[in-house]
Design a protein around this ligand. Sequence first.
Ligand SMILES: O=C(O)c1ccc(O)c(O)c1
Length: 464
Amino acid sequence: MALDKPYKNVPGTTIYDAEQARKGYHLNQLAMSLMKPENRARFLADQPAYLDEWPLNPVQRQAVLDMDLNTMIAEGGNIYFLSKIGATHGLSFQQMAGSMTGMSEAAYRDMMVGGGRRPEGARLKDLDGWTPPSTEKATTMRPDAPAKYTSALFTSHVPAIGAAMDLGKTEEPYWKQVFDGYQWTRKWAKENTPDVVILVYNDHATAFDASIIPTFVLGTGAEYPVADEGYGPRPVPDVKGYPEFAAHLAQSIIQDDFDLTLVNEMVVDHGLTVPLSLVYGELGVDEEWPVKVIPLAVNVVQYPVPSGRRCYELGKALRRAIDKWDGEELNVQIWGTGGMSHQLQGPRAGLINKEWDNAFLDHLIADPLGLTEWPHMEYVDEAGSEGIELVDWLIARGAMDDQFGGEEPSTDHRFYHVPASNTAVGHLVISNPVGRATVAAEDAVESVGAPAAEPAETAAVANA
Ligand SMILES: O=C(O)c1ccc(O)c(O)c1
């Protein structure tokens, strides 16, 4: 079920996609550096010395020295980036484009004056009668898919939880109540380590500042350093990505009409590292997380934010993308993080709505489609201005088997507790049949406190 990339075969044409972007990353960034006059001057004064500052491969390096645009493009360059190199040499776009055609500058200009190159004979359809691919969206699962979505994990990602771990406070009574709710999960996670976690979270004005507000960001990079959010970076490992799988997901999801922002380089904040710490425990900077992570960040910082329905639909597009993977066998988990009820601002700060939070959990488990009807105002009004983070969770849920005609997930673990700093903590592990939990019932955490719907401070249900 290879992804449809007919654009690769258009004659005399190289389409810049995530695969090319990965290959040409440093070449294109070098070109971008020439937008500064001082860098242009240094480049022109001593090109080899300037290129020494960039980790280009030898073919890319020689192509820049030769101003050979065809080779630069084959090596992952994109003309919009590369034009900065041409401009530094004083070349016009017409000179640059003409230089790639094998024609003299004058002949190319004359061709353009004469009406330009005719498409006949230079189109894919002239070569092999290509017909457009079907745009139908799968509504059922692919039974033999090499990538299996095993389990969804949901958790709050309160920064103070990370700080409690980093500062060795987990045994203090205040924090012990929080961490007790994750003991089951830690055991389960040891026996159910996926190859990759698609980790849905929201950036907290960390990687993205007020200059750019992308709605949905998919990380296609190889590594994500831990951010310094003002307290210094958390002493935890940097996060390793999975560029090939992420590029595949991007290709499929965008063809499925979701316009993701693709990010090759970004820092990750507590929204992403706290869930990893909660599940995999204290790991030092020199250690490695046991999983590759593909970050999927949702804007909830500046309105308008995406609706729960939109997030759920993105989850469906994500599952279709997972099912289309034809590479190595993969065990995939999707984590939905953020929330639960909390408000960090204004006179209403400290708002906690246990009843609403637990109704959200109930619906997430049993009625995700119904949950998509809840408008964003409901989240803000009932769960606080920062409670809106809960829309993140619908992505993981929309991708599950039962939303594609398969079986309902099992609820393996459920936990709810108030407070962690200003926030209610909610946590769920639910699994598709292929990922049913392997932790023995007797190893599971006993139920703590009253059932979830009661106004108790803490409630955990293991292997429910
Ligand atoms: O409760 C808190 O302290 C807190 C602070 C920052 C956050 O992003 C958050 O989700 C919670």
